[in-house]
Design a protein around this ligand. Structure first.
Ligand SMILES: [Ca+2]
Length: 268
């Protein structure tokens, strides 16, 4: 058995580990329930904006960022949401822009260290840093967008100006249907540019470097372009760390963000 001195040391170590644990049992229990908690660092876990030492056990969780921000001017940051019928998720909520309450699906900057040349399985869940360059995950995007009607904003930094292109609706189908993109009519942006996603990408299946579901018979666009997307052909819009491109706006854009929020507008 252990000598007395060793035993004392072990007891001290165990005590120290207990004392150093940043989270209360209730908070730890909340973290365990979050499906994509692995996307957060330990430091990020400690500052989820709608969680506290009492966790969220006594609070009914909200389905998205819009619901969280309905009656308050909350800060942007990491929040827990719970899409209807699914497990809780951590997402980045953009709260301090006009029309507060956007869920960030993707943020990518040119020459980011976060690679987007990932496999199908990786694209299904969250990768990257929620507070920086990341992909929220196709499975989670499906969970969120199937519970209500959502509009989408593509936010592009050309290096000279920021361009917003909005569509009245956005959802993606489930994994069995290859996360097919369903996009509504454009509501902002110049005429030629805004129809691009409709003409080219609407109703396309998602493709990744290991799963070619695009319309190009000769190649896998995800491999050619360096990231997953709802490809039709390999040209047109694409957002990843090797190429951020929206033809007509910028072929070598600095950054791009995809945002969605619940809308109560009538279908068009
Ligand atoms: Ca192909």
């Amino acid at each position: 058995m252990f000598p007395h001195r060793t035993l004392s040391f072990l007891v001290l170590v165990i005590f120290a580990v207990e004392k150093c644990s940043a989270f209360t049992p209730v908070y730890s229990n909340l973290l365990r329930r979050i499906d994509n908690i692995g996307a957060l660092t330990e430091e990020q876990k400690s500052r989820i904006l709608n969680a506290n030492s009492d966790g969220l056990e006594k609070v009914k969780m909200k389905q998205d960022c819009m619901a969280l921000n309905r009656n308050a001017n909350k800060s942007s940051g990491i929040y827990v949401i719970q899409p209807k019928g699914h497990k809780p998720l951590v997402v980045y909520c953009l709260m301090d822009t006009p029309g507060k309450g956007w869920v960030v699906l993707q943020h990518v900057s040119k020459k980011s260290n976060t690679s987007f040349a990932r496999s199908w399985d990786i694209y299904e869940h969250t990768f990257g840093d929620l507070e920086n360059d990341h992909w929220l995950g196709n499975e989670y995007i499906n969970w969120i967008t199937q519970q209500a009607r959502y509009e989408v904003r593509f936010l592009i930094d050309t290096g000279f100006k920021k361009v917003e292109i909005d569509y009245v609706s956005f959802n993606i189908e489930n994994g069995t249907n290859k996360y097919k993109l369903r996009l509504g009519a454009p509501i902002s942006g110049s005429q030629d540019e805004k129809v691009l996603m409709i003409n080219k990408n609407d109703n396309m299946l998602f493709s990744t470097i290991d799963q070619d579901n695009d319309k190009d018979q000769n190649q896998n666009c995800a491999q050619v372009v360096g990231g997953g997307w709802w490809f039709n052909t390999c040209s047109s819009v694409v957002f990843n760390n090797q190429q951020i491109r929206w033809p007509g706006i910028c072929d070598n854009c600095q950054s791009a963000t995809i945002l969605i929020r619940r809308t109560f507008a009538n279908c068009k």
